[in-house]
Design a protein around this ligand. Sequence first.
Ligand code: CU
Length: 295
Amino acid sequence: MKIPSNIVTLIAGITLTLISLWYGQNHGLMPIAASAEAAEVDGLFNLMMTIATGLFLLVEGVIIYSVIKFRRKEGDTTDGPPIEGNVPLEIVWTAIPTVIVFILAIYSFEVYNTLGGLDPMASHDHLASHNHHEMVAMDEGNSQLIAMNGEKVALGLGQSPYLEESSPLNVNVNGIQYAWIFTYPDTGIVSGELHVPVDRPVQLNMSGGDVLHAFWLPEFRIKQDVIPGRESQLTFTPTKVGQYPVICAELCGAYHGGMKTTLTVHSAEDYQQWLQDNTIAQTPNSEQLAVNSEQ
Ligand SMILES: [Cu+2]
């Protein structure tokens, strides 16, 4: 019995689609997702992986099929058929990638917006709608600050919708060759490692002390340039207690590869303990002062 070729094509198409859909969700290429924002980025990545798997199987499948099916028969020294082109086929293989690119462009813009990427632009709209206020563009050496009533407009991932519910933990981040320095404005703690409580939004206010750096949290799926003389922001909500790498992702000099530290996500109680331990440790002579004042 001979199976009609359109049935074979249909079955091959369904199989290819099912394999692509499965692999798009089970590629295992990403580290664990430890922030509320990670699911957005992973959704986009998984879609791209699904499409890439389908295209890979289609192209490689056709090549392998052709190599076997159209192999030269023994003793056959005739020329191959003269094929000049196939207009419908060429239209199809141009139209499909165009549609894919449009879908990915719209989807990735949506993800960027959801993570608060357009928030700094919203600040610009805010500026524009208050144009009776003075907007000043200042040149400070080679760095530019845009200011309105002394207020800087930050770059980067600003207020994400996840932040609207509770007040974020603010941490100032300074990137220098070759370390990250974290300052907690509420308590005055200065640390070389970042410590945050789980499930509370964090807002990093970042600036560079010397050259360009980039603050990257792979497990949180976020990365932001850190620029001298200009503030940038990064917001996220940690969802899993643990220790995660903080990596500089901008070639910043000879020891760039060593510009790493850790982000520790604590339970709420552990974080309070860490705050307490470090507040005492970093207040110089506080006990001595207390003793002195009793005398
Ligand atoms: Cu670096």
